[in-house]
Design a protein around this ligand. Structure first.
Ligand code: TYM
Length: 349
C-alpha cells in the first residue's frame, strides 16, 4: 500500500525553495495518495530555538501548509512532538544505524561548521529521527527537495538493516518476506528541486542564510518580492544562454529560469525561450524575464500570504487541527511501534 510522508522544520518562515522543492509535490500527491505531513518540531530543536518563537513558528508553518493547499480533512497534518512514537522509534534506530553512516552526512558537516565539538548530539542523530518519521508509518513515498536525498538513502539503509537484524522475529510475526519496514522511495521531481540563493547561484536558498535578499519568503509582500527579484544576481555574459546545456553552466540564470518554469507551470525550455525572446541588448538583458517572474511570483504567493495571515488570527483553530492530526497519526504509528517492541524483544503490557 502506498503512503506519503514528509515534513518541514518550523525554523523561521518558509521560502520559495520549500514551496517549489517540496510543497508543490505534496499538494499534487494529496490528490492520489494517503498523505501525512508533519511539522518537525523535534528536528527544529537540534539547534537552539527560542521557546516563545518556536510555538509561533509551528503554527505558522501549519498555516502555510493549509494556505498552500493542503487539506487537513483529507491529509493528516500534525506536529511531531505530539506523537511520541517518533522519538521512541528514533531511539531504536540510534541503535541500528552505525556511526560510520552518520559520519558521512554532509548536512551535519555543513550545519555543525568548524565548532563540531559544540554541536548538539541531536543534530548528529537527526537523520535517524527522520528515518523514524517516515518508517513509523511505513511510508513508501517521500516528496522532498534535492538536499534531502542523502538522508533518504540513510532511511533506506536503516530500514534494510532493521529488517536483517530482526529477521527471525519479523518472520515469526507473520511478515513472510521478512520486510517489516519497506525501504521508502524519494520523490524529487519538477524544474525546481534545488532552488538557489538569489545572491549566489552556487548556494541553495535557505532559512539560515543571514541575508534576507537571498530568498523569497512565503510571507514577503508584493513589493519585497519585486525588489528581491529586481536585485537578484545575474552574470556578466553579454548574451543569454542559447540552449539548456549552456544554461546549466550559468547558475544564476539557470536558477531564475528554473523558478520561472516552476511557478508558471511550464518546462525549463519554454522558460528559456521566453528569456531569449525578451532579452534586450546591454545591461538589461534580464529585465523581461525578471518582470515576468515577478508577476507569476506575486500572483502565486500573494494569496498564500494573505491566507497565512488570516489563519494566524485564530491560533486556537490551528492548535485544534494539529491535535486532530496528531490523534490520527498516532492511530497509525502506535500499532506499528507496538510490533517493533515485540520484534526487538521488549516486554509490553
Ligand atoms: P527543511 O525544513 O530544511 O526543508 C523542507 C523541505 O523543503 C526542501 N527545500 C528545498 N527544496 C528546493 N530548494 C531549496 N533551496 C530547498 N530548501 C529546502 C527540503 O528538501 C525539504 O523537502 N530534514 C528535513 C525535514 C524532515 C523530513 C522528515 C522530510 C524531517 N523528517 C521526513 C521528509 C521526511 C528538513 O530539514 O527539511
Amino acid at each position: 500500500k502506498e503512503r506519503v510522508f514528509s515534513g518541514m522544520q518550523p525554523t523561521g518562515s518558509l521560502h520559495l525553495g520549500n514551496y517549489l522543492g517540496a510543497m508543490v509535490n505534496w499538494i499534487e500527491m494529496q490528490k492520489t495518495h494517503e498523505c501525512i505531513y508533519c511539522v518537525v518540531d523535534l528536528h527544529a530543536i537540534t539547534v537552539w530555538q527560542d521557546p516563545k518563537e518556536l510555538k509561533n513558528a509551528i503554527r505558522q508553518v501549519t498555516a502555510a501548509y493549509i494556505a498552500s493547499g493542503l487539506d487537513p480533512k483529507k491529509s493528516i497534518l500534525f506536529n511531531q512532538s505530539q506523537v511520541p512514537e517518533h522519538a521512541e522509534l528514533a531511539w531504536v534506530f540510534n541503535c541500528v544505524a552505525r556511526l560510520g553512516w552518520l559520519n558521512r552526512m554532509t548536512q551535519f558537516k555543513e550545519k555543525a561548521g568548524k565548532d563540531r565539538e559544540n554541536a548538539s548530539v541531536g543534530l548528529y542523530a537527526y537523520p535517524n529521527l527522520m528515518a523514524a518519521d517516515i518508517l513509523a508509518y511505513r511510508a513508501t513515498h517521500v516528496p522532498v527537495g534535492e538536499d534531502q536525498k542523502q538522508h533518504l538513502e540513510l532511511a533506506r539503509d536503516i530500514a534494510q538493516k532493521f529488517n536483517n537484524d530482526f529477521r527471525d522475529g519479523i518472520v515469526e510475526k507473520g511478515y513472510a518476506d521478512g520486510i517489516f519496514f519497506p525501504p521508502p522511495d524519494p520523490v524529487i521531481t519538477g524544474p525546481a528541486t534545488r532552488v538557489m540563493s538569489l545572491r549566489d547561484g552556487t548556494k541553495k536558498m535557505s532559512k539560515s542564510e543571514p541575508s534576507d535578499m537571498s530568498r523569497i519568503n512565503l510571507m514577503d509582500d508584493a513589493d519585497a518580492i519585486a525588489d528581491k527579484i529586481k536585485r537578484a544576481k545575474t552574470d556578466m555574459e553579454p548574451a543569454p544562454p542559447s540552449g539548456l546545456e549552456e544554461l546549466g553552466a550559468r547558475p544564476e540564470i539557470d536558477n531564475l529560469v528554473g523558478i520561472y518554469a516552476a511557478l508558471a507551470g511550464i518546462s525549463k525550455q519554454a522558460a528559456l525561450d521566453l528569456l531569449i525572446s525578451t532579452a534586450t541588448e546591454g545591461p538589461s538583458i534580464y529585465t523581461g524575464l525578471k518582470r515576468a517572474l515577478t508577476e507569476v511570483a506575486v500572483a502565486r504567493l500573494g494569496p498564500i500570504r494573505a491566507e497565512i495571515i488570516r489563519l494566524m488570527n485564530d491560533p486556537a483553530e490551528i492548535d485544534r487541527i494539529l491535535a486532530d492530526g496528531s490523534k490520527r497519526a498516532r492511530a497509525i504509528a502506535g500499532p506499528i511501534y507496538a510490533e517493533v517492541k515485540d520484534v526487538v524483544g521488549f516486554v509490553r503490557s
